[in-house]
Design a protein around this ligand. Structure first.
Ligand SMILES: [Zn+2]
Length: 148
């Protein structure tokens, strides 16, 4: 997929959004991470999430994550089965804002994926935002459509 035709909206059905939040509450106060997979609509503007894969954060850190490699591979393979594709990588910021950290920017290896970041600064009131990260900077913010 050419990077300049990437969707600018990410629809996350409410049940999947709730599973993601539950996962990130489970790993709290460490960062949690995983992938969102699904399909892009015919117009190419909106990506619709149909499945979520949890991946272990092998750093077990409150301020950084690194996906456990074998789980990452399995998640990417399963996400790309059934005509679907990996749309986004998500992770939490237990103590930080829903915005990419310097480390996130430095380690953004997937210019075609949306980086969903969930802030748990107020643990009971998670805030999620999505971004394309390219050339070690925020390229574009993606509109998250929850419950769609
Ligand atoms: Zn981060």
């Amino acid at each position: 997929m050419p990077v300049n035709s990437a969707p600018t909206r990410l629809g996350i059905p409410r049940p999947i959004y709730q599973v993601m939040l539950a996962h990130l509450q489970t790993t709290y106060p460490q960062e949690g991470c995983g992938f969102l997979a699904g399909k892009v609509d015919a117009a190419g503007h909106t990506a619709h999430v149909t499945q979520l894969s949890v991946v272990e954060n092998r750093l077990r850190s409150p301020t950084a994550y690194e996906m456990e490699p074998e789980q990452q591979l399995q998640a990417m393979l399963s996400g790309e089965a059934h005509g679907e594709q990996i749309l986004a990588v998500y992770h939490s910021h237990p103590y930080g804002p829903a915005f990419p950290s310097a480390t996130d920017l430095a380690q953004a290896y997937y210019p075609e994926l949306i980086y969903v970041i969930v802030s748990l600064q107020q643990q009971a009131r998670p805030i999620a935002r999505g971004f394309y990260l390219r050339d070690q900077t925020v390229h574009l913010e993606v509109q998250l459509l929850q419950g769609s």
